[in-house]
Design a protein around this ligand. Structure first.
Ligand code: UDP
Ligand code: MG
Length: 327
């Protein structure tokens, strides 16, 4: 029976308080999956130390000495959650069949992994972990997060509602994902761009087991801003629309000013000042929008995203392809 090699990728930043607790939970889960013959014996837990300033890396080193199923890599400095996840996924890509990325604080229910692997075995290349309800979050976090998902989708970025970075990706999906060379990372928005057959697994999100969240409001806003600006050029388009509206309104203002002048309701000089003001501001905003449109195009071009990803070929076609290659 086919048993995929699973790598569980876990970013860790100053997590000395939770790591001793959650590392055991992850290992138990890995053993359970191996025992159920769902995954290969060669599966591993890969910790990514994101330049922690506490004992996180020492703990990871100790763990990997004790059990060969633990592995660790360390980033040269703190680069942020998204980069840490990417580093782990890219490290794992060549030695495994599937990866599951998950936070190390025990908030995401590890039992959802069973279903994720099942979904993979059913032919899905990407499985998104989606939290059922946000009961454990404060009203503020729930409200801002939900508003943000809606905003992002409206901006034209495809994000899976209530999905954080708990997801399964197959090796094939990762290989295609590796072709996305952009530096401003917002994984939740990028992964859906890879495509392939995907599905969703629902889970309950718990409270952090220990330690504190590394996402205070400031970082959350930064991530949200990153998400919008790295996935969408709609904000630029909005300037163009605004410019057009201002230009049209200005035109009416000018007509109105001239009418006032003709009917003799003005003091000398007023009409010309108003007309010039309206004309110039309309033109300026419209020009900015047009320049912005080009900058948006340049921005998208500089990302060098793959222009297409092929998921299947009919057998006959690939055979002839191979034969031609061989000749
Ligand atoms: N994390 C990281 N680098 C950072 C901040 C966070 O690798 O600069 C990791 C952290 O160790 C955790 C995950 O990212 O495993 C999510 O962070 P956290 O739990 O603090 O965020 P929250 O769940 O509160 O959004
Ligand atoms: Mg957390």
């Amino acid at each position: 029976m086919y048993k995929p090699v699973l790598y569980i990728v876990i970013p860790c930043y100053n997590e000395e308080k939770v790591l001793p607790i959650t590392s055991k939970l992850f290992l138990n889960k890995l053993y359970a999956l191996i025992k159920m013959e769902k995954i290969s014996e060669n599966s591993r837990i890969l910790f990514v130390n994101d330049g922690s300033r506490d004992k996180t890396w020492n703990i990871i080193c100790d763990l990997s000495e004790k059990d060969c199923h633990y592995k660790g890599i360390s980033q040269s400095r703190n680069r942020g959650h998204q980069n840490a996840v990417l580093a782990g996924l890219m490290e794992a890509k060549d030695c495994c069949d599937i990866t599951i990325s998950i936070d190390c604080d025990g908030q995401d229910d590890i039992n959802a992994m069973d279903e994720m692997v099942e979904e993979y075995l059913r032919g899905n290349e990407i499985v998104y972990g989606v939290r059922k309800e946000r009961k454990t979050d404060s009203f503020f976090k729930r409200f801002t997060a939900e508003g943000f998902y809606k905003l992002l989708n409206w901006m034209g970025a495809e994000v899976v509602y209530n999905h954080a970075d708990y997801r399964l990706m197959s090796r094939r999906a990762l290989e295609e994902f590796a072709k996305f060379k952009e530096v401003n990372l917002y994984l939740r928005g990028l992964v859906p761009l890879v495509g392939f057959r995907s599905s969703i697994v629902y889970y309950d999100r718990a409270e952090r087991i220990a330690g504190e969240s590394h996402y205070p409001l400031k970082k959350m806003l930064a991530l949200a801003f990153d998400g919008i600006t790295s996935l969408s050029i709609k904000p630029i388009r909005m300037i163009t629309s605004l410019g057009s509206i201002v230009a049209i309104v200005s035109l009416f203002c000018i007509i109105w000013a001239v009418v006032r002048k003709i009917t003799g309701h003005t003091v000398a000089g007023w009409t010309s000042v108003i007309s010039i003001l309206c004309f110039v501001s309309g033109i300026q905003l419209l020009s900015l929008g047009i320049i912005g449109e080009y900058i948006g195009k340049i921005y998208m071009e500089t990302k060098h995203r793959p222009r297409y990803i092929i998921s299947e070929r009919t057998e006959d076609y690939s055979k002839t392809g191979n034969e031609t290659k061989r000749k």
